[in-house]
Design a protein around this ligand. Structure first.
Ligand code: ASP
Length: 472
């Protein structure tokens, strides 16, 4: 079995077998230095003709960047002057005894190590498998995995269960356009990909699950912004029954604090417990419901979390929203399932604009990294909210299953969802969430690697009963 490059540091004097990619090559006279890269990191290999067998000596002359090599050699300590402090394996090098080429490589379209490649998104995404070889990108994938694993383990220990909710479903409005999938069996009908598992997680509460979470894929057909990705993203989605708002906030605060400590030990959370600002306070003091509370914005290791609560239940509708949530005077500030504060229920009829809700947003360094609410569990209040957001009977009927379910013993419940991609990008200080997604779409919603979206055959369209009409 091969040894990880990083393990060479404590194998001085031992024979080792290494396999990996050629990061860089330097020739000094007849001696060739190769920086060999594997998942664990880089180690320097020294190829001295007199130490190599005949075949390996020949091979050592033909090595090029990104070739995949197998090296057998001996780990030796570097002289004091040769120590490379930048490299975790900088105190050692491997004197090769034999070299095999496992795979050749063409000249890559960009230098893997050169951050200038960032300028060309198209090229980076077309050759994403090369882009991901970069140390920073690989590290981002590892951190993503560790963060998700932490959430899963920790929530499991607290008695939560992860439930997979459907991908082929019906419109689940979260204020964006749906992705539609035509049904072959039921021609003329469409599935919608979920914008969030909102209704399913509420139905799971009616089902008695009590503590649900999911690393949930969500699909929203939105135009790209640097903190949103067109197409799909992942949420840490949580829902609980019989929970007060402050209990839910405490739970999330503890979960995230422990996660940062374990996965990002170099980061420092500025204030604990996290400030809890009412929406009015945030707007009054910071003119924003996503205040950036960092003391030193140049310190990349500073994390300033805060909660924003007591949002108004409604906001004025934008023209865009009218298309998706129904035309009426009011738009839900979070979503249409958010519970109004009990003391404000009397205002629902006459002054809906003054009603406060149990919405809670989690903000990190000026970015929203979570949002949720306690939910309405009284069908009459839910119907009233539907009326206020201007739902007609047909639109209301789309949610009749939820109202129906609430007739069979619905526990009080609430939850939250955190955009995993955005959370990770903010913690890591990445400029775009694409830096933490293995295979993101381009800003105009294409995948240049696979060539998606793509045309389909006439037969496939016929089978689906779809006739394409040209726009001209
Ligand atoms: N479904 C909501 C969202 O995706 C989150 C929640 O209310 O739990 O924003």
């Amino acid at each position: 079995m091969k040894l990880n490059n990083i393990q060479t540091t404590d194998k001085i004097g031992e024979k080792v077998l290494l396999k990996g990619w050629v990061n860089t090559i330097r020739k000094m006279g007849k001696i060739v230095f190769v920086d060999l890269r594997d998942r664990s990191g880089i180690v320097q290999i020294v190829l001295v003709p007199s130490e190599l067998d005949k075949e390996s000596e020949q091979i050592s002359k033909s090595i090029k960047p990104e070739y995949v090599l197998e090296i057998e050699g001996e780990v030796q300590k570097r002289g004091d002057k040769q120590i490379n402090k930048e490299l975790p394996t900088g105190t050692v090098e491997v004197l090769a005894k034999s070299v095999k080429i496992l795979s050749e490589s063409q000249t890559p379209p960009f230098e893997i190590d050169n951050e200038d490649r960032q300028a060309n998104e198209e090229l980076r995404l077309k050759y994403r498998y090369l882009d991901l070889r970069h140390e920073r990108m690989k590290n981002n994938m590892v951190k993503r995995h560790q963060m998700i694993k932490f959430f899963r383990d920790n929530l499991n220990d607290q008695g939560f269960i992860e439930v997979q909710t459907p991908i082929l479903t019906k419109s689940t409005p979260e204020g964006a356009r749906d992705y539609l999938v035509p049904s072959r069996v039921h021609q003329g009908k469409f599935f919608a990909l979920p914008q969030a598992p909102q209704q399913y997680k509420q139905l799971l509460m009616v089902a008695g699950i009590e503590k649900y979470f999911q690393i949930a894929p969500c699909f929203r057909d939105e135009d790209a912004r640097s903190d949103r990705s067109p197409g799909e993203f992942y949420q840490l989605d949580i829902e609980m029954s019989f929970i007060a708002q402050d209990e839910l906030l405490n739970l999330v605060e503890k979960l995230f604090t422990e996660m940062v400590k374990e996965v990002f030990p170099e980061k420092k959370i500025l204030t604990s417990p996290w400030p809890r600002l009412t929406h009015a306070e945030a707007m009054g003091k910071y003119k924003s419901d996503k205040p950036d509370l960092r003391e030193n914005k140049d310190n990349k290791d500073e994390l300033a979390f805060c909660w924003v609560i007591d949002f108004p239940l409604f906001t004025d509708q934008t023209k865009e929203e009218e298309k998706f949530v129904g035309a009426g005077r009011w738009a839900p500030s979070h979503n249409m399932f958010t519970r109004p504060k009990e003391e404000d229920l009397k205002l629902l009829d006459k002054e809906p604009g003054k009603v406060k809700s149990y919405q809670h947003d989690l903000v990190l360094n000026g970015f929203e990294v979570g949002g949720g609410a306690l939910r309405i569990y009284d069908s009459k209040i839910q119907e009233k909210v539907f009326d206020l957001i201007g739902f007609d009977d047909k639109q209301k009927k789309q949610f009749s299953h939820l109202l129906e379910a609430f007739k069979y013993g619905v526990p009080p419940h609430g939850g939250i969802a955190h955009g995993i991609d955005r959370l990770l990008a903010v913690i890591l200080g990445e400029k775009s969430i694409k830096e933490v997604i293995a295979f993101p779409l381009t800003s105009d919603a294409r995948d240049p690697l696979m060539g998606a979206p793509a045309k389909v055959s006439k037969e496939q369209l016929e089978e689906l009963g779809i006739n394409l009409v040209s726009r001209e």
